[in-house]
Design a protein around this ligand. Structure first.
Ligand SMILES: *Cc1c(COP(=O)(O)O)cnc(C)c1O
Length: 563
């Protein structure tokens, strides 16, 4: 392990499917950044919180109503508990913070540590112990206390762990913004803090940007810290606004796709915000059959994802047979999980994402008669869905119930499976095992989206609204197909375009010209798999975000005493 120069700090980091410290896209992306760093031997350390009860385990009842239970898992199975501790004051309580270390190993054996902060310790009172219990659970106070723990705890624990060479703290989303306060307490100089922080913003949804009133913030952080924030100009409109805080305290900031960059600059016009488009870890997200295929044809691909561009030379029948294997594997998993028996000869569409209103996961079910007619005309249609709704998101839950309802109504004509408990394992199985990946968010609200990139690596073309990464990845009829972005928030129009593409282009191509369909599959790998991967993403971060840190000052920051 090389001493880390970059600390990647995130409210969630998905290191493995069963390590229940993630809810979805943000955590999976963070995990992919770490995996890419391990492959490259890049000197990085991840820092996040340990959630003893995870996010939640999803269970659907017969009416499609979502029930939530704690996820039980054992950190000691995969991580090492470290001896170092640090203390941070949160809500007037001295909270002892411990850490666990998970080692992510790259293709050449380099290892990148991820530190999971843990406050569930005997020294702490009940409220402090509870801080590392649930991801995105609880009220605003709980949320702010967790963000204080992540931000302030990271600075303190890295010093205690002897990680003295950190030049850059990468704040992944506003949740980590209080790290700047932790550095400010040590340096008392915002300019010096700025030299050491970079920030990635992840959502064009206004409500997705955490902000806290000064009363609550004063309670949790204490009045000295509030005064320090105020004096440094880090409060926004007398509020603790995490995105403004992070933007003001960072030397570099980026959005996660070109279109998202445009939106972010409109939302926060007073800052410079670049765009580094997300990518997914190729080795992690490629099915066994495709890994074998790439190993045979493009042996360098794991170390050098650019090699995937030459997938354009892989014979179509080999692409088709690798996909068939992945499809059978997915169907076997679905059946094993108690789902319906799906037919591998039938065209299958996949749609899995967090269930929330703007993602419109059920858009394809809007006109059930039209869908039935399509299935009957061409010899069948199958749909596979997955996705959790946040426990407080009633629209998201209703969306799941509508999908389950449709599965009953369309039984016998359009087979619909809803897979419970969307996690990394299901993410891999679904994005590799269906024939078409569907994405229908209401533009411009999808910052990037990454599941379609996983699909591309597995030769699964997308049918997507032109938003997020698809603005850059869409080549009509070559990497997939698009739903006109001008349909905008008009659900009926977007659904119309969706059916139009399926009826006139995609489904006939699949059933009547299978080689031409496989050619699009191959295009998805060569044009999109070769680009929308985590290796390219990390390279862009290294070039644009991580350069320019003043190296020597770091030791100083890490060792300077607070107060
Ligand atoms: C990849 C992935 C996501 C993110 O996919 P989006 O397209 O951004 O919604 C979310 N959850 C899981 C489990 C994943 O594997």
């Amino acid at each position: 392990m090389t001493e880390a120069r970059v600390a990647y700090v995130s409210m969630e980091i998905a290191v493995a499917s069963d390590v229940a410290t993630y809810s979805g896209g943000l955590g999976v992306l963070a995990g992919d950044v770490i995996r890419a760093a391990a492959d490259a031997g890049f000197p990085m350390a991840g820092v996040t919180l340990l959630y003893h009860e995870g996010y939640f385990r999803q269970h659907l009842d017969a009416t499609g109503h979502q029930h939530e239970e704690p996820q039980s898992w054992r950190p000691e199975d995969t991580m090492e508990r470290l001896a170092a501790t640090a203390t941070v004051t949160i809500s007037g309580r001295a909270v002892t913070v411990g850490a666990w270390r998970y080692l992510v190993q790259g293709v050449d054996g380099h290892r990148v540590p991820v530190y999971f902060l843990d406050t569930d310790r005997d020294e702490n009172d009940d409220a402090s112990r509870a801080l590392t219990r649930r991801l995105y659970g609880g009220d605003a106070r709980y949320r702010l206390e967790q963000e204080a723990l992540l931000g302030l705890g990271t600075v303190a624990i890295l010093a205690a762990l002897g990680e003295h060479r950190i030049e850059t703290y990468h704040l992944n989303e506003g949740h980590a913004a209080l790290l700047a306060l932790g550095l400010l307490e040590r340096t008392r100089d915002l300019e010096r803090v700025r030299q050491h922080c970079v920030f990635t913003t992840h959502t064009p949804v206004a409500a997705g940007h955490d902000r806290f009133g000064t009363d609550l913030a004063g309670d949790v952080l204490g009045h000295d810290r509030m005064n320090a924030l105020r004096a440094a100009g880090l409060l926004y409109d007398e509020q603790l606004h995490m995105t403004h805080l992070a933007l003001r305290a960072s030397r570099y900031a980026n959005a996660v796709a070109m279109r998202h960059g445009e939106v972010a600059r409109t939302m926060f016009p007073e800052y410079r915000i670049d765009a580094i488009t997300n990518g997914v870890h190729a080795g992690q997200w490629t099915s066994a059959a495709f890994r074998d295929l790439f190993d045979r044809h493009l042996p360098a691909w794991r170390r050098n994802n650019f090699a995937l561009r030459q997938a354009i030379g892989i014979p179509l029948r080999e692409i088709a047979s690798a996909h068939e294997a992945a499809k059978r594997e997915l169907f076997a998993r679905i059946e094993q999980a108690g789902g319906p028996r799906l037919d591998p000869a039938v065209f299958t569409i996949g749609c899995a994402r967090r269930s929330t209103a703007y993602k419109r996961n059920d858009l394809i079910l809007r006109d059930r008669a039209r869908l039935t007619a399509l299935a009957e005309r061409y010899g069948g249609l199958q749909l596979v869905f997955a996705g959790k709704a946040h426990p407080h998101d009633h629209d998201g839950k209703a969306q799941i119930a509508r999908i389950v309802d449709a599965s009953r109504e369309l039984y016998g004509t359009v087979e619909i499976a809803f897979v419970e408990g969307y996690d990394m394992n299901w993410g891999g199985a679904l994005t590799s095992g269906v024939d078409l990946w569907l994405n229908t968010p209401r533009p411009p609200l999808e910052a990037s989206g990454t599941s379609g990139m996983k699909a591309a690596l597995n030769g699964v073309p997308s049918l997507s609204v032109v938003d997020g990464w698809w603005v850059e990845g869409a080549i009509e009829g070559v990497t997939g197909w698009s739903i006109d972005a001008r349909t905008d928030g008009d659900d009926a129009w977007a659904a119309f375009e969706l059916y139009h593409q399926l009826e006139n282009t995609i489904v006939p191509l699949y059933y009547e010209r299978p080689d031409a369909y496989t050619d699009v599959m191959r295009g998805a790998i060569a044009y999109n798999g070769a680009h929308f991967n985590a290796q390219r993403m990390l390279a862009e971060y290294a070039i644009d975000a991580y350069t320019g840190a003043p190296p020597a000052a770091v030791t100083e920051i890490a060792t300077l005493k607070a107060g």
